[in-house]
Write a protein that binds this ligand. Structure first.
Ligand code: PMH
Length: 382
């Protein structure tokens, strides 16, 4: 019989109050006609998609966005009923799954639509059309592609509900490319309006655009990284258009403590040798949990103070240098706060030469997630 969610001494804590706080801050900044898609792809950037989705909806996000059909189906399987948009490419033969589960999918290719037209599916297929205004990833790029697609859409089985694009540089200081993308969107918009007279919703902004330029956001914004309490770049962090609280923290507990005499080495390759007699603690987290080996030499928190990771990080464990003999079971914080000390995802990202987005996605599913429930228990139907 399984008595606990996990038997290990390492865990992620997600404070759903902070997810809700971040959404509320953005809501106050947006104009009243702009609503929020909570972006919960990649297991809500590692935070846990079902739990984050529910908290986000309670806090006023009215829709959800994911990358994959699988992610959308999982949310439906957990009883979530708000509109869900799959922002990535879906196989034409899988559109019946989307139609059956009332999931909205993204399209932009004529050949794709022609294939879907050959297929049987029941009900109406909800579609958002993706315009590539400069991201160079997915989406149609010119007027010809747009008018051809619109001509094909005249079938009652298809419901063109929305149009969207994605910005490549909305988080940067130089906004020229961002403005070019806006101009390209505007050009396509004119063509669209000349060829389509049904109402549709528009959404272009990610966290950076929605926080920095709330006045030019349309019906929806797609709020990802900042819903989790992280700024999309150092520039936006300095500007601080809204206050944010990180929701994610990662903790463990010492499982072994010993005093090593001067001149003893630690871990694979014996890359670290004690300079004097040193107290050493073993922490049961490793690279299989997403603690990358390159984090050797960075700090964790114990007893409200920083302690260095010494020696190579192993698959399931790493060692830290202690200032004194802490008891086995003492809490170690890898991401988060203790007393007046904080280790942020930004700090780890900078050490790994990457962005906080990658740190959030990097902590593997092997680490159990525990949730601090939202105090705001509004009785919202999800
Ligand atoms: N919309 C789309 C289409 C996205 O791909 C993303 C994030 C968002 C909205 C949310 O952006 P934000 O997290 O900056 O708010 N996508 C990615 C990505 O593909 N790689 O990093 C972030």
């Amino acid at each position: 019989m399984r008595l606990k969610k996990s038997y290990r001494d390492s865990w992620v804590e997600i404070d759903l109050n902070n997810i809700q706080y971040n959404i509320e801050q953005l809501r106050h900044r947006l104009s009243h006609h702009t609503n929020i898609y909570a972006v919960v792809k990649a297991n809500a950037y590692g935070h846990g998609d079902v739990e984050v989705a529910k908290a986000a909806i309670q806090a006023g996000a009215s829709r959800l966005a994911v990358a994959l059909l699988d992610e959308a189906v999982k949310l439906r399987d957990h009883g979530i009923t708000v509109p869900i948009l799959v922002m990535g490419w879906v196989h034409p033969e899988d559109v019946s799954v989307a139609a059956d589960n009332d999931i909205t999918i993204t399209f932009f290719q004529k050949e794709w639509l022609e294939q879907v037209m050959q297929l049987e599916f029941s009900g109406r297929l909800k579609l958002h059309m993706k315009w590539d205004t400069g991201m160079g990833r997915i989406g149609l790029r010119d007027e010809k592609e747009l008018t051809e697609l619109l001509q094909l859409l005249n079938e009652p089985r298809f419901y063109l509900e929305g149009i969207f694009t994605h910005f490549a540089t909305a988080d940067e200081t130089d906004l020229n490319y961002f403005r070019d993308q806006q101009a390209r969107f505007e050009q396509l918009y004119q063509v669209f309006r000349a060829n389509w007279n049904q109402p549709v919703i528009f959404h272009t902004g990610n966290s950076a655009a929605s926080m920095r330029f709330p006045d030019v956001m349309q019906h929806y914004v797609r709020f990802g990284i900042s819903m989790y309490g992280l700024y999309p770049s150092q520039i936006v962090k300095q500007e601080k258009p809204i206050d944010l609280k990180p929701a994610f923290s990662l903790h463990s507990r010492l499982i072994h403590v010993k005093k090593l005499p001067k001149g003893e080495s630690i871990s694979y390759g014996a890359t670290y040798t004690t300079q004097e007699d040193e107290w050493t603690g073993t922490v049961p987290l490793g690279y299989a949990d997403g603690i990358r080996r390159k984090l050797q030499g960075t700090d964790v928190l114990i007893g409200g103070q920083r302690a260095e990771i010494v020696g190579k990080i192993c698959m399931d464990q790493f060692m830290i240098r202690l200032s004194k003999p802490y008891p086995v079971g003492t809490k170690v914080t890898v991401i988060g706060t203790q007393a007046d000390q904080e280790i942020t995802m930004d700090e780890l990202a900078s050490h790994l030469d990457t962005i906080n987005y990658e740190i959030a996605c990097m902590i593997s599913d092997r680490v159990p997630r525990y949730y601090i429930p939202a105090v705001n228990e509004k009785n919202t139907h999800v």
